[in-house]
Design a protein around this ligand. Structure first.
Ligand code: NDP
Length: 314
């Protein structure tokens, strides 16, 4: 076991975490960043990012996160692999345990930038076929479904993005949308409607999945609870969930105040949480915008808030 100390511990390595790392390194806070279970965050599982300023031709998610990391490393950010298993919030410095390598870190301030994880529908068959047809990441697993039929569940920007990506690989993509409209931005809606490989099934929900060993199809219901209700099957070998995310806060053990959907509550326009010296940035604290660029902006604000806190409290 090794004991380390830092003025600022950053938990998470998405756009918020790395941006906080760049700012706190440049402010000589000698920060340490714990990279978490998915180093680079959710963008490492996306394809093209076209709306992050500074990349006029677009960039892939993994390449963009490599660039974030390289920029943070340039200013000497110390990075540790692993996940935080627990934090003793009873007094400052906060004592943080990291599972990989058994590090214990005494942190004067903490920036939580742990992002969010994909949601599942909660039907039993999802677990049964997980990795054998069911996935929450089209760019990770889409390749396995070349020239097959697949389905994407959800009607938001993520679902449209995943459907468009899969439409380039699969022979047919069904979008299973529970309402009679897509929630996605107009631009994404248009791209979906123009793609001949995508069929949107509105007012439709998933009842179950079937297949002998691997997934072979989904049993769906249309107009559930109305006079027009009817059930039908679609033949699909891939079933991709894109129904939103749950913020990653379980490791906080209830010490940091959350809103009713599990997002960390921050005070006013700041990134302050209910605990002194603990700040939150990115998707874990943002139920509204959830963009790479807004997460990066919040990471910057958290770093400045942490720096100001240290000046006022030392
Ligand atoms: P959203 O919350 O925007 O959309 C979730 C979708 O899943 C909705 O259509 C919702 O239906 C549906 N859904 C939720 N729960 C269920 C369920 N149990 N059964 C069936 N359907 C369900 O999440 P996203 O991940 O798409 O987007 C999150 C944020 O990230 C948004 O702000 C989005 O704009 C942004 N984003 C931006 C991108 C970009 O700019 N390139 C790319 C991807 C995301 P309903 O509408 O009925 O609630």
């Amino acid at each position: 076991m090794s004991e380390l100390a830092t003025k600022c511990l950053i938990i998470g390595s998405g756009p918020a975490g790395y941006t906080a790392g760049i700012y706190t390194s440049r402010a000589n806070l000698n920060p340490i960043l714990i990279d978490g279970s998915q180093p680079g965050g959710q963008l490492t599982t996306t394809t093209e990012v076209e709306n992050f300023p500074g990349y006029p031709e677009g960039v892939t998610g993994p390449k963009m996160m490599e660039d974030f990391k390289a920029q943070a490393e340039r200013f000497g950010l110390m990075m540790l692999s692993g996940e935080v298993s627990s934090i003793d919030f009873s007094s400052r410095p906060y004592m943080v345990k990291v599972n990989n390598g058994g590090h214990v870190i005494a942190a004067d301030t903490i920036i939580i930038a742990t992002g969010a994880a994909a949601k599942y529908l909660g039907i039993d068959d999802e677990q049964k076929y997980l990795g054998m047809g069911v996935s929450a990441c089209a760019t990770c697993d889409g390749f396995f479904y070349r020239k097959r039929n697949v389905a994407v569940v959800g009607g938001g920007d993520t679902a449209c993005e995943e459907a468009l990506y899969l439409a380039g690989l699969a022979s047919k993509v069904y979008m299973i949308v529970r309402k009679d409209y897509l929630r996605a931005s107009k631009y994404m809606q248009q791209k979906v409607s123009e793609n001949p490989n995508i069929e949107v099934l509105y007012n439709t929900q998933t009842l179950s999945l079937f297949g002998t060993d691997l997934l072979e199809g989904a049993h769906l219901v249309k107009h559930k609870g109305t006079d027009e209700e009817y059930e039908f099957d679609i033949p699909v070998e891939g079933f991709f969930l894109a129904i939103g995310h749950t913020p990653n806060t379980a490791f906080l053990g209830g010490a940091v105040e959350l809103d009713e959907n599990g997002y960390i509550k921050t005070k006013g326009h700041s990134t302050e949480t209910n605990l002194p010296g603990v700040f939150a940035a990115g998707d874990v604290a943002d139920p509204v915008y959830q963009q790479a660029v807004s997460a990066a902006g919040m990471g910057c604000r958290a770093a400045l808030d942490a720096e100001r806190f240290l000046i006022e409290n030392e």
